[in-house]
Design a binder for this molecule. Structure first.
Ligand code: NAD
Length: 330
């Protein structure tokens, strides 16, 4: 069975090829993103395999369906980039990898918190430059601080657990509170209360029409002055222009991002020799209290192996005519 994989990097190819060794899957590897223009590369494929910045909108899905593609497999958990109504209309099932390593993303989130708090990004360069001064590196103890976790699903709950381990007070906001977290001291509160009462706010809910720009000027008017904001979920949760204004005024004291609303044309590629023409993004890079990683929170060996294993399982269900697992519905 032929599978056309898009947005493929060498590490994707290695892990997917290893996980499918000996199985009747014939891969076509493509580096471009899937769009309605590149969809024709999937000609002859029974399934496609996509990542976070492939554009699975109605025209792309229609093109795939017209070519006879019978399954869209995502090698990610998020599916905000898929037009699920169009997929349903075309009877084109979409499957994902719902859980590969929530630990990977949760641990990276904490890495951003510690980097910003203790200015590790500055300390690293200073010491390499023979500058052993501590001026400007003053941090704070996490112990006793209040962390607000927005979304306590697979990833957010692990962030909450790690923060409890640091001795933090944990506030949470989620339409589905977790009773075991509550029993361990996590307090579920309305979003505005979380925003107003947290020293660190970290986002772990999905991007939907209801959560887009949940951190906007209105939300930022409620936060504690100097708050630390972390987003390892999806860029669209944050109104970046409002965040820049809050950084300039000192409302936000630290910002850690692993995702960016317009990341599709930036992240996952080496652009060090080209001019970045996104003025909003380049403005973010000028702040000393901003650390950005390029959607790397998922990127551990454990996660890549788990993504490949579930992707191959999803594809073999189609090949064998078995019921599909991990189907995403509108
Ligand atoms: P999940 O589905 O397990 O949990 C999401 C939680 O958010 C659920 O408990 C849900 O009830 C809650 N939620 C929904 N709407 C909400 C709202 N309005 N306010 C507060 N909470 C709300 O998802 P997950 O696996 O924990 O992933 C969380 C996010 O992390 C997803 O957006 C995913 O795309 C992103 N992610 C990022 C990376 C990365 O590399 N940066 C990797 C994996 C996942």
């Amino acid at each position: 069975m032929r599978v056309a994989a898009f947005s493929v990097k060498p590490y994707d190819r290695d892990s997917l090829a290893a996980a499918s060794a000996g199985l009747p899957l014939e891969w076509s590897w493509f580096t471009p993103h899937l769009t309605h223009e590149t969809a024709r590369l999937a000609e002859g494929a029974a399934a496609v395999n996509c990542f976070v910045n492939d554009r699975l909108d109605a025209p792309a899905l229609e093109a795939l369906s017209g070519l006879g593609v019978r399954l869209v497999t995502l090698r990610c958990a998020g599916f905000n980039h898929v037009d699920l109504d169009a997929a349903a209309r075309l009877s084109l099932p979409v499957v994902r990898v719902p859980e590969y390593s929530p630990h990977a993303v949760a641990e990276h989130t904490i890495g951003l918190v510690l980097t910003l708090d203790r200015r590790l990004h500055k300390a690293y360069n200073r010491v390499r430059d023979g500058n052993f001064s501590l001026e400007g590196l003053l941090g704070f103890d996490l112990h006793g601080r209040t962390v607000g976790v927005v979304g306590t699903g697979r990833i957010g709950r692990r962030v909450a657990e790690i923060c409890l381990g640091f001795g933090c007070r944990v506030l949470a906001h989620d339409p589905t509170p977790e009773t075991d977290l509550m029993a361990r001291g996590v307090a579920y509160v309305p979003l505005d209360e979380l925003l107003a009462g947290s020293d660190i706010i970290t986002l772990h809910c999905p991007l939907t029409s209801g959560t887009r720009h949940m951190i906007d000027a209105r939300a930022l008017a409620l936060v504690r002055r100097g708050v630390m904001l972390i987003n390892t979920s999806r860029g669209g949760l944050v109104d970046t222009r409002a965040v820049i204004a809050a950084l300039k005024s000192g409302t936000i004291g630290h910002l850690g991002l692993d995702v960016y609303e317009e990341e599709a044309n930036l992240f996952f590629d080496d652009r060090s020799d080209s001019v970045i023409d996104d003025d909003v993004f380049t403005r973010l890079l000028t702040f000393p209290n901003v650390v950005i990683t390029a959607h790397q929170a998922f990127f551990t060996r454990n996660a890549l192996d788990a993504i490949a294993a579930q992707t191959i399982r999803n594809l073999m269900h189609l090949h064998r005519g078995e019921p599909l697992e991990a189907v995403v519905r509108a």
